[in-house]
Ligand binder design. Sequence first.
Ligand SMILES: Cc1cc2nc3c(=O)[nH]c(=O)nc-3n(C[C@H](O)[C@H](O)[C@H](O)COP(=O)(O)OP(=O)(O)OC[C@H]3O[C@@H](n4cnc5c(N)ncnc54)[C@H](O)[C@@H]3O)c2cc1C
Length: 480
Amino acid sequence: MVTFEVSHEFHSVPFHKTSADTIPFSGSDQVLELASVAPFGFDGRMATGCYDAVIVGGGPGGSTAATYLARAGKRVLVLEKEHFPRFHIGESLLPYNQRIFKEMGVLPELEAAGFAKKFGAQFHLGNASKALKLVFSNGCYTREAMAFQVERAKFDQILLQHARKSGAEVREGWTVTRFSRETDGVAVTARDEAGNTETFKGAFLIDASGRANLTGNQENLRVGHPRLKKLALFGHFEGVGLDSGPTATDIIIVRLPDKWFWLIPLSSTRTSVGCVMDQADFSKAGLTPAEMFRSCWQSSTELRSRLGMATALMPIQTTGDFSYHNRRLVGPRLLRVGDAAGFMDPIFSAGVYLAMDSGRLAAVAVGKSLKAGDDGRRRLARYERRVFAAMGLYWEMVEAFYTQPFMDIFMQPRPKFKVPDAIVALLAGELEGGWKLTWRRRLFFLFVKAQSRWPLVPRLWPGEGRVLNPKAAASPAVAK
Ligand SMILES: Cc1cc2nc3c(=O)[nH]c(=O)nc-3n(C[C@H](O)[C@H](O)[C@H](O)COP(=O)(O)OP(=O)(O)OC[C@H]3O[C@@H](n4cnc5c(N)ncnc54)[C@H](O)[C@@H]3O)c2cc1C
């Protein structure tokens, strides 16, 4: 049996710092205050042609920050290296995303786009011996019950377009190559597709460059997770075996001993399917991505029943999936949001939500600093604490997910002290539930710890999942 270890040292600093302050949603004083800040609120010492904020990257994190600031009358520039729509992985959102959509004013457009609606999440063992079906609305601490599952090309384009409509200047096809600090602001150097280089200045810089991690790399702040060196293989499929009825659009996670699969229904005919595995195992196997992908799902009873009749709609793609965070999320007049702050294994689908949540918080910190006419040092420090705290909640879950005791307790919830409800709330995106959620989460991890020594629930075995004869398993068939 494979055993898993939990890293205690990695996430202990700085993720477990907590912050008491909260920024409530719609109607909140702080967000409304941001909306009332006069345009060009920076103290005017910047030369003409300077922006209140320059944002690198037009993904969900960048678009969110841009929308909030532009709606507050700020002069915002977004530099995005691609032209949208463009493919992006990361398709299952969390229910609490809805609040941000509402506040940004983009919800009607997203509803009109007809994205699939997810009401729950399912976790299955690869050998089909156990399944856990979570319904968001059943959790007594969960205040949002539905999330979209999206094709990111379309979703990201709607968000970026919304930022533009809100008043942000968006330049697509511009790659930022570096940033530098000025006396009262930040400058970035960017190159267009014709090779022309220009410098843009802003009172603040928001790095939303995703896993490209522009400023974190430039400042050498990136800390890779010592063990979560993963790789993802994925594609879109037709004919995947899903439930019928209200759970038909659930995200399905299938856990094999040393890897896991996602099945994300995007429409009635298109399902995103992906496998996250150790990069080293992929390299060792010497298979093509399509061969590896096929041999992995064929090794599982649960996946054979779901993918046996599926047809690939695109070639299997790969992407590195290394978890990391930056040691600092802020610097003088600089804030990192979303994946540019840190990226974690996507098992709990929190990436887009955390990117948008941090984009929103970054906009609030910048908006208030512009209003005060200062560099916002204390607000940026508070921003950093809040974002580390939010990331830390999911990191703890992600690291534990690869351990046997976590799977035992997680897959066999006991309705004691409403602990499972607190976990469901977190999986829906509840970051501000206060002490009543915190102590239940701590108790959950105490159960996990105890399980490793004195089993509280029967030990599970995800079973199967080993590629015994990769070449044979990789022979051509329907779902490549
Ligand atoms: C395999 C996998 C599966 C995932 N599944 C999920 C999921 O189901 N649900 C979920 O919520 N999350 C998921 N994620 C995570 C999710 O994709 C990210 O967390 C999310 O996209 C982060 O948003 P962002 O705005 O920070 O970055 P991004 O969405 O990556 O946007 C960054 C943007 O910056 C641009 N850019 C980069 N460098 C530069 C530069 N130098 N100059 C100008 N522009 C630049 C890029 O072109 C890009 O458009 C997954 C990730 C992976 C790898």
